[in-house]
Design a protein around this ligand. Structure first.
Ligand SMILES: C[S@@+](CC[C@H](N)C(=O)[O-])C[C@H]1O[C@@H](n2cnc3c(N)ncnc32)[C@H](O)[C@@H]1O
Length: 447
């Protein structure tokens, strides 16, 4: 939001300042490098698939120390937006170092490919497999020698554009898929199959001329494309290298489910820590950005299946029209979002933007209420969230997700201990103090 601005923008600025005054803000810098995926590209297991919206593999240990959870004999952790399993793998690493005893983790992730990645990683820590390398080489050989037929090219226009994919490379990827399916029907272990699918999914972007870029896939004509089989085998070799020698004693799993309701995680026993980074209200549509992997693996059969997946996600993007919104919880916070709705410019996107803002607040209200129900009295709630700039120039405005969520959490009864501003975000044409990424620490009261 810019200095000056119109009356509605000044009201929004005042509204944010009022909300902000209710919470203890600090800027310690302790988390500045931890709210982004720093180190994940080099860390064993974490590096099996790069999710650019992940937080750092170093975040959890810092949170566990800062919340003094490391002093407990056992710990139960829940991440409702588990992504590629950064929390799960970090927790397993703490357990492996004996920093924590008796560890349980449950996660939820609604995107089938991203959930497969997180699950494959966590399972590898819980029960390392020694047979995966052999399976991967067999799969590659079968695909390379043409002993299997490629399934039809998925019904996604990206795969039908020969500027993006070489036809022969795509055929090899599809033969890898058929070869994995063949091994599965021949009785190969589910864990090895999941790891092979992870390697295949992770090979799709490198063999294309596309690059993930913020909210979209960008065509990069000069990109050097990887070779499909070689890329697949290199990933498999990395997994073999990172495979732990021993089982790590972590109970639990990552469920394919909705992080807002958390309904597939039983309410008892309760958790000591609920930690997450939800989608930010920044127009990123995860289903779209990670669509190639899921389509290639046959996780969507047709455009309807793809659409229904997009409709299952948090309202972080206005790119799809949603018929009816589950606005459970929104009624308690209409006054929190009203000043944001008032600044939305009356243009072509106005109604979808308003639906996104309402939907986001409602989704976060449901998530925080579910977190409350899953936490033990005295348990910790920690989340990382970023604020985002919408619209252009004079009409630009900020959705301060950190303040909206903190206010919802406060109204639910959480004790908000502090909000640490981890990073200031730079955007052209805006110097707003509300453009930031923060980490929030709260507690469910003891009684
Ligand atoms: C910011 S990312 C979380 C990344 C995670 N912290 C990590 O390090 O891998 C948010 C995740 O929420 C997922 N998501 C979106 N809507 C969801 C929903 N309704 N239920 C569960 N997960 C959802 C997205 O697919 C995405 O993976």
């Amino acid at each position: 939001m810019e200095k000056g601005g119109n009356a509605a923008q000044r009201l929004l600025q005042g509204h944010y300042l009022q909300l902000q005054a209710r919470f203890a803000f600090q800027e310690t810098g302790h988390y500045s490098s931890l709210v982004v995926p720093n180190g994940n590209g080099r860390a064993p297991v974490h590096r099996w698939f790069h999710l650019k919206e992940a937080f750092s593999c170093g975040l959890l240990s810092r949170v566990v120390a800062d919340t003094r959870l490391e002093d407990q004999p056992s710990i139960r952790v829940l991440d409702p937006f588990a992504g590629v399993g950064t929390t799960a793998v970090s927790l397993a690493n703490l357990a492996a170092q004996n920093s924590l005893r008796r560890v349980t983790f449950h996660g939820l992730e609604c995107n089938p490919f991203i959930q497969l990645v997180g699950t494959a990683k966590l399972t590898a820590m819980q029960a390392p497999t020694k047979t995966f390398g052999r399976l991967a080489r067999k799969v590659a050989a079968t695909a390379y020698c043409g002993k299997v037929q490629a399934p039809p090219v998925p019904d996604l226009s990206t795969f039908h554009n020969d500027s993006y994919f070489d036809e022969n490379d795509l055929d090899l990827l599809l033969r890898l898929r058929a070869s994995i399916d063949l091994e599965e029907s021949a009785g190969a272990g589910q864990q090895d199959i999941a790891l092979a699918r992870l390697c295949l999914g992770a090979s799709v972007e490198p063999i294309s001329s596309l690059r993930r870029d913020g909210r979209a896939l960008r065509y990069v004509p000069t990109k050097i494309r990887a070779r499909p089989i070689r890329n697949f085998l290199a990933r498999a070799a990395q997994i073999e290298m990172d495979m732990p020698d021993e089982r790590v004693a972590v109970q639990g799993r990552i469920h394919l489910g909705d992080g807002r309701s958390m309904s597939c995680v039983p309410p008892r026993p309760t958790f000591d820590l609920v930690i997450f980074s939800p989608p930010y209200p920044n127009n990123i549509d995860y289903t779209e950005v990670y669509k190639m992997e899921a389509w290639l693996l046959g996780m969507f059969e047709d455009p309807l299946g793809f659409l229904s997946q997009r409709l299952n996600t948090v309202h972080s993007h206005p790119s799809i029209k949603r018929e009816a919104m589950d606005d459970t919880g929104l009624s308690h916070v209409t006054d929190v979002v009203a000043p944001i709705l008032d600044v939305v410019p009356e243009d072509h996107y106005a109604s979808q933007r308003r639906a996104m803002i309402n939907g986001y607040a409602s989704d976060m209200a449901r998530t925080l209420e579910s977190a409350w129900n899953r936490l033990r009295p005295g348990g910790d709630l920690v989340y990382v969230v970023g604020n985002s700039l919408h619209g252009n120039g004079e009409q630009g405005f900020i959705i301060a997700a950190d303040l909206i969520m903190a206010e919802i959490a406060r109204r639910l009864g959480f004790i908000i201990e502090r909000i640490d501003v981890a990073r200031r975000l730079r955007r052209r044409h805006s110097e707003s103090p509300f453009l930031r990424e923060s980490i929030m620490f709260a507690k469910r009261p003891n009684s």
